[in-house]
Design a protein around this ligand. Structure first.
Ligand code: 4NP
Length: 168
């Protein structure tokens, strides 16, 4: 099983959207027996909570229902997931430092990377901006950044792990 963990700061705006979008792609590609995903925050402030109501509404408007309950990333996640996919440089630094502190080594670029490394439209900063203090429009923009990046990430994982039988 290929396991992907999406990580942001609070686990109520960006990473649960990525989890919902990626789960939808898993279903559409018929890959539920080969790939799974989850999400977590670098902070546990919103542990046990549903995503932010603006994230829930925006995702639903785009056809994705969010049911994740917030949780803080934990030591076991570093081994349990093949790929830890973060939203911004601050998340990257936090997870990188956590990894180094717990495992006395640095995570590979395959293990820990930014979601927007896969954004085909990215220019400049490769971050998914935090919409928490933003508007509905910010949530909409973030959704589409996450959606196109998740599609590209999915295609890359299908290729990497040969998850789809080749048809002749
Ligand atoms: P997220 O957004 O990291 O995308 O879930 C945030 C959620 C909550 C807070 C900050 C960012 N907060 O300060 O509580």
């Amino acid at each position: 099983m290929v396991k992907v963990l999406f990580v942001c700061l609070g686990n109520i705006c960006r990473s649960p959207v990525a989890e919902g979008v990626f789960n939808d792609l898993i279903q559409k590609h018929n890959l539920a027996d080969k790939i799974s995903c989850d999400s977590a925050g670098t902070k546990g402030w919103h542990a046990g909570q549903l995503p932010d109501h603006r994230a829930i509404k925006n995702a639903l408007d785009n056809g994705i229902a969010l049911t994740h309950k917030g949780r803080e990333i934990q030591a076991a996640d570093l081994d349990a997931f093949n790929h830890i996919v973060v939203m911004d440089e601050s998340n990257f630094k936090d997870v990188y430092e956590m990894y180094y502190r717990l495992k006395h080594s640095t995570p590979s670029t395959e293990k820990l990377f930014l979601l927007r490394d896969y954004d085909p439209k990215v220019t400049g900063v490769k971050e998914v901006p935090d919409p928490y203090y933003g508007s509905e429009l910010d949530f909409e923009e973030v959704f589409h950044i996450i959606q196109r990046s998740c599609k590209a990430l999915m295609n890359s994982l299908i290729e990497k792990y040969k998850l789809v039988e080749e048809t002749i």
